[in-house]
Design a protein around this ligand. Structure first.
Ligand SMILES: [Zn+2]
Length: 247
């Protein structure tokens, strides 16, 4: 057995030696100037376009919030317009939940700041920097209290104020409000996210006719009904279009 093994080894080495050497594959010689290349690869940071998805939530306020939680939304925004018996009432306001964290407060403040810059409207003088934490005497807190993410209830202006009503009645005015909201979202979530929108008053199961307060002007550009909820919905739809635009 040993002799056979020796024989096999010798035969194998003989065969290996006599086998023709394989030609090295010819590489094409680069012609012309050799392109300058860095000595080591320079890492290029991947510029990823932020991606936003906007979903509208319907049903009673509590149901909407639970649905947004289930979907893992990054932020929840409910849009209203304010109204008062005093036509002169004129300020912007954001309601946040009673247990709102710092991030929520920051986003609310950013929205009000942007609103002042773009529309020239002052924030409410009460609360914390124009923010009603836990609602106006509790009003509005329920609309946000079940959310697990930053949640805001927007009252950008009074539609009972004739000058502000005229502004919201124009398409340009509603587009401006949409852009203020979009800028706020983009700044708070620069890499994108799932954005939950809720139209105040509208689409409630328990009060399907509710549309909120009436606007204090006769004509609305774009053929919208003159109610708070329809105007708010239009602003949110515009914001959705801008956020989800592919460009
Ligand atoms: Zn409202």
């Amino acid at each position: 057995m040993k002799r056979f093994a020796d024989f096999a080894r010798r035969l194998w080495s003989k065969l290996k030696r006599s086998a023709p050497k394989r030609e090295r594959s010819a590489r094409p010689t680069p012609r012309g100037p050799v392109p300058a290349s860095p000595a080591f690869p320079v890492p290029v940071p991947a510029v990823k376009k932020p991606k936003y998805e906007v979903r509208f939530y319907h049903g009673d306020y509590k149901v909407r919030q639970h649905k947004a939680n289930q979907d893992g939304a990054d932020i929840y925004i409910e849009h209203h317009f304010n109204s008062s018996f005093h036509e002169s009432a004129d300020y912007s306001l954001v309601v946040v939940g009673k247990k709102a964290g710092e991030k929520t407060i920051e986003i609310a403040y950013r929205y009000l700041t942007e609103l002042r810059r773009a529309v020239g409207i002052q924030a409410w003088e009460g609360g914390r920097l124009g923010i009603a934490v836990g609602g106006m005497q509790g009003r509005g807190n329920y609309n946000l209290k079940f959310t697990k993410m930053p949640a805001l209830l927007l009252e950008p202006l009074f539609i009972s104020n004739p000058a502000r009503a005229d502004f919201v009645a124009t398409i340009a005015g509603r587009e401006t409000l949409a852009r203020v909201l979009v800028d706020t979202v983009r700044e708070a979530y620069p890499t994108g996210g799932l954005i939950a929108f809720s139209v105040g008053h509208k689409y409630k199961t328990s009060a399907s006719m509710d549309r909120g307060a009436p606007i204090n002007c006769d004509e609305i550009e774009g053929g919208l009904p003159g109610w708070e909820a329809d105007l708010a919905e239009d602003v949110l739809q515009r914001a959705k279009r801008i956020l989800e635009a592919k460009k």
